[in-house]
Unconditional design. Structure first.
Length: 620
């Protein structure tokens, strides 16, 4: 990812007195910006076609979480709430947002859009701009520091922004589609090498790091790790040692300034992340499961042209959102062939850059494979380097397979270098030109991104939209939809997000979809630890199971309702989960057995929770 040594030769300055006009370079940049925006719209078009009805089918839980975070950004701006901790969700304990992906910078920046059009539109807008912005930022970086040809920069930028791994993460992940962070951060580091720029450059880099941390802390860790691998490898090369020694003092001064600035800006969020309430160690996911399969690198993902033709092998991935490699066999062969060609024709300085780039690719391929080698979803006994890193700080909170996104960016750089070299050299024959053109087409055409798959979201009930819930819940009271919110049943969290985006009174809710403490051996987990009553409603909703409701179950419900401080629960006419419609009648029967007959208000069934009276007693 850190892939250049010196800027390419800058174009000559125009003669004094020349007429000011838009240069061809700026026209080319504008055209490319339009192209990437159009491609980003192509990927997200079905979300834009009905933003209030459609939701990403492969990952409704993450979209609901990010919509909630965007709505909470409105509360932060409107009421000055703590941006890194909230008790609106997971009452009575709250949620440490610094330890979650709270995309604070996006939430604050898009707060006006969220108020005006809702978190649904903000989510789609950020997703679209992330994809387009990533491609455009890489294009500008490549054109500035690495290649001469705008065509080469465009091909590299398109792959870095719309590669299979990033399109997979477009299934709900606003953090990992923020691929523009990498080229901007590397660009800021490059500027530190310029004489007299270390102070200003250090301040700029520090601010950028703080903003990036608030959007994609895990991705920023990958960028820093890849940059370190590249710089160390490049600096140790014989042809570049002298240059590395010459710029080291200036760069180190700039990095020190950046550390001070970023440390000052991130002092509170870092404290909250590592030592604040409701923090945790590790992650709520199994790293051995969320590791890349070696075979995935030479197969195709689902949201590509090849995948739409039935050539995908998505069973090799942990899920549809984590298809992070899937380069396809032609592209893997092309990259190997291209690196050999570039190496043979490179001078010693350029070979130092290529050596460092190859090292980054190899290191991150190995790291992405996780603690144990997986081949065709079979875990082999082969222990890999990540096994020694898995318990270290930062590594313990990362998912290995996501490191394949670094490989995707490095491959994009290789493509840009290759096309630039091919366009910059005399061709020995028309036949050879045709071979390279055919190879690029064979490698890249199957990877053309396809639109995200969407499904219908649950319609917002009038009970929420019209504020009728306020008749059942006092100011600051606690209410939840049934079933309670989690990653499989996200509607409860979504209803709260809609009320936050509109201003006015707000209710708190138990449970929710977030990362928090309570996992095995003291590590994190998804959501709050299960209690008897939320499990009762969950199994009714997801499995349609209604068990015997007796005095024991009512006693447990009374205990759980008091623990949460619930004032009311409600059940919309339609409930959906990660995999489609849920069992409405089973949930209604369970709630009625526990709480008696409900009120019918605004398209929902509502049960008041009266401490000391409910749940109802049915004899004995």
């Amino acid at each position: 990812m850190f892939v250049a040594t010196t800027p390419r030769t800058a174009p000559a300055e125009p003669p004094a007195g020349a007429a000011t006009r838009v240069t061809p370079a700026w026209r080319g940049n504008l055209v490319f910006a339009v192209v990437v925006l159009a491609l980003a719209w192509w990927v997200t078009q079905d979300l834009w076609s009905a933003p209030y009805r459609h939701v990403i089918a492969q990952n409704t839980g993450d979209q609901a979480f990010f919509e909630w975070v965007l709505a909470y950004g409105v509360e932060v701006m409107r009421h000055g709430y703590d941006p890194f901790f909230t008790d609106l969700m997971n009452t009575p304990h709250g949620v440490n947002l610094a330890a979650n992906t709270s995309i604070l910078a996006d939430a604050v920046l898009f707060a006006p859009v969220t108020v005006w059009a809702g978190p649904q539109v903000s989510f789609i807008a950020i997703l679209t701009l992330n994809l387009a912005g990533s491609a455009f930022a890489w294009y500008l970086f490549l054109l500035r520091y690495l290649v001469r040809s705008p065509v080469a920069a465009a091909i590299g930028g398109l792959f870095c922004g719309f590669g299979p791994g990033f399109i997979s993460h477009a299934n709900g992940h606003l953090n990992f589609t923020s691929g523009w962070i990498a080229p901007l951060a590397i660009w800021a580091v490059f500027k530190l090498r310029e004489p007299g720029r270390w102070l200003r450059g250090g301040v700029v880099l520090g601010v950028l790091l703080a903003v990036s941390f608030s959007i994609a802390a895990e991705g920023l860790f990958f960028v820093a790790l890849a940059t370190t691998v590249f710089v160390v490898t490049w600096s140790l090369s014989r042809a570049t040692r002298a240059e590395a020694r010459a710029v080291a003092p200036t760069v180190l001064r700039g990095l020190a300034v950046a550390a001070v600035v970023a440390g000052a800006l991130l002092a509170y969020p870092l404290y909250m992340h590592f030592s604040g309430p409701q923090t945790f160690t590790g992650t709520g996911f199994n790293q051995r499961h969320f590791s890349e399969d070696l075979a995935a690198y030479v197969n195709y993902s689902s949201r590509t042209l090849a995948g739409s033709a039935g050539l995908d092998s998505t069973w090799l991935a942990a899920n549809k959102t984590e298809e992070t490699s899937f380069l396809g066999p032609p592209l893997v062969l092309l990259v190997v062939w291209a690196l050999i060609m570039l190496w043979r024709r490179a001078d010693p300085v350029r070979r130092a850059t290529l050596r460092a780039l190859i090292t980054v690719i190899l290191v991150f391929v190995v790291l992405s494979l996780g603690p144990r080698l997986h081949i065709f979803r079979h875990e082999t006994p082969v222990v890999l380097p990540y096994a020694a890193l898995a318990r270290l700080p930062l590594f313990d909170s990362a998912l290995p397979l996501r490191m394949a996104l670094v490989v995707t960016c490095a491959v994009g750089v290789v493509l840009a270098l290759t096309v630039d070299r091919l366009l910059d050299r005399p061709w020995p024959s028309v036949w050879m030109r045709g071979v390279w053109a055919a190879g690029l087409a064979l490698a890249l055409v199957p990877l053309i991104p396809m639109p995200l798959v969407v499904t219908e979201r649950t319609p917002e009930p009038a009970f929420i939209a019209d504020g009728l819930w306020q008749d059942y819940v006092p100011p600051g009271g606690v209410m939840t939809a049934l079933p309670l919110g989690n990653n499989m049943t996200p509607d409860a969290q979504r209803w709260q997000a809609y009320t936050m985006s509109r201003g006015g009174p707000q209710f708190r809710m138990p449970a929710g979809y977030f990362l928090g403490p309570g996992g095995p051996a003291g590590v994190g987990r998804l959501g709050a630890p299960w209690r008897g009553t939320d499990w009762l409603f969950f199994r009714a909703a997801v499995y349609g199971y209604v068990g015997r409701i007796g005095d024991d179950e009512r006693w447990q419900a009374r205990k759980d309702f008091a623990y949460w401080g619930l004032d009311a629960v409600f059940l919309p006419d339609q409930i959906k989960g990660q995999d489609g419609l849920l069992f409405h009648q089973a949930v209604e029967n369970t709630a009625t057995e526990l709480l008696g007959q409900p009120d019918r208000v605004g398209g929902v069934l509502v049960w008041r929770i009266r401490p000391g009276v409910d749940p109802v007693s049915r004899g004995g």
